[in-house]
Design a protein around this ligand. Structure first.
Ligand SMILES: Cc1cc2nc3c(=O)[nH]c(=O)nc-3n(C[C@H](O)[C@H](O)[C@H](O)COP(=O)(O)O)c2cc1C
Length: 381
């Protein structure tokens, strides 16, 4: 089994990725007033030149007043996809990535209840969740105690108009992205942000068409996917990131069994998702007992769609497991094995891609890449 398998192209709808290695979406906060700078341009184009077949951008706030604020990552300099300067900036980023031979898609983001009320570009806008619930308190979380509300209920349930506005905000941002030249769309449906709070039983207690059981809790995400598909046409891929874990509760499960997971994912597959991006801390951990299949593997098996694995590729510790004794590790062969068996189609690389812009090229060649240094997050290299 050779690493060259990861160097093989993958066609998704009308778009062909040159290889299977993807830069994972990572918030960096270097876009003053929402607009990517020349520095952001070279940050992404260096990864395309360094062999990543696809770059997924940092999460980008959709065109809605409640989308962005302080979500524990700092509230400044997070990008958007509307307005003259941000769109001009993104056009330059896309051109630079294309000139370097890569492809790039934006990750659309609404922070939902993770946005600290009173923060962000529109501090007066309410923080939104399907049932006004932040989530259960005192679960396993890494959120600063000062940023956890004192009560689970933080506001009103979203109105039908709120829901329609947020759906359309995603569609507008997706349309703007395609007009700016992006090669597809990624949707952030995980980690306890807005879309995920619709999927999660603990935060979605609605009894209307947006809640009730797993399939009905997927209706909001499915409607976003469906309308984005209608807006961008049949040729461009839609990636959907989901996670069992939530920032509010690392041990949360959307589905406790493969069948329950299918109930969550099938409406999204039917609505037009092409690639399920299953966000876990370790790409090779089994998702359910009794099988070696990873969460991404199950997403593919259950829906028949493509799947992307992520988590701990090129680094020895998972994203939330602290930085002590963090080191580079060569576990690419374990990824190759899962691609070769057909379990997954793509692999996303997060911190290792920050550590070395040429991580993909070097890993394909069997060369040693520069390690990830957490201190480097303070700047854009
Ligand atoms: C600095 C940083 C910022 C991140 N921001 C995002 C984000 O904006 N959207 C997202 O879906 N995941 C985000 N993540 C998670 C990564 O995409 C990835 O899933 C995680 O780091 C695990 O992959 P890794 O072990 O290869 O780093 C971020 C991770 C890091 C380290």
């Amino acid at each position: 089994m050779t690493r060259q398998l990861l160097g093989e192209p993958l066609a998704i709808r009308g778009t062909t990725l040159s290889n299977r290695i993807v830069m994972s979406p990572m918030t960096r906060g270097f876009c003053p007033r929402g607009a990517p700078t020349e520095q952001v341009c070279s940050y992404y184009s260096r990864r395309a030149a360094g062999g990543f077949g696809l770059v997924i951008t940092e999460a980008i706030g959709v065109d809605h007043r409640s989308a962005l604020g302080d979500a524990g990552l700092g509230e400044d300099d997070i990008p958007v996809l509307h307005g003259e300067a941000p769109l001009a900036g993104w056009r330059r980023v896309v051109e630079a990535v294309h000139a370097a031979g890569g492809k790039i898609i934006p990750q659309l983001w609404h922070q939902g209840v993770m946005r600290l009320p009173g923060t962000g570009p529109h501090p007066e806008a309410p923080t939104l969740g399907p049932s006004g619930l932040w989530g259960p308190l005192r679960r396993t979380t890494s959120i600063d105690a000062g940023k956890i509300p004192s009560q689970p209920l933080i506001g009103e349930p979203m109105s039908e108009q709120d829901i329609e506005d947020v759906i359309e905000a995603h569609v507008r941002s997706a349309r703007n992205a395609i007009q700016a030249g992006f090669d597809g769309i990624a949707i952030h449906g995980g980690h306890g942000y807005l879309i995920d709070t619709f999927l999660w039983e603990e935060t979605n207690r609605r009894t209307d068409r947006w809640g009730g059981n797993r399939a009905r809790r997927s209706a909001f995400a499915a409607e976003i996917v469906h309308r984005i598909r209608a807006a961008i046409g049949p040729n461009l891929p839609i990636f959907f990131r989901f996670s069992q874990w939530k920032q509010q509760d690392f041990r949360a499960q959307l589905g406790n069994t493969p069948q329950e997971l299918a109930d969550v994912l099938q409406p999204l597959a039917d609505a037009g998702v092409d690639v399920f991006d299953a966000s876990v801390r370790y790409f090779d951990r089994p998702a359910f007992s009794g099988s070696d299949l990873s969460l991404a593997g199950w997403a593919k098996k259950l829906t028949g769609k493509h799947a992307m694995a992520v988590g701990g590729v090129g680094v020895n510790k998972g994203m939330y497991d602290g930085n002590s004794n963090l080191s580079a590790v060569d576990n690419v062969d374990a990824v190759v094995k899962r691609v070769s068996s057909g379990e997954i189609d793509l692999v996303a690389v997060g911190r290792a891609a920050i550590g070395d812009p040429a991580w993909a090229r070097k890993s394909l060649a069997g060369d040693t890449a520069e390690p990830f240094d957490p201190a480097s997050l303070a700047e854009l290299r």
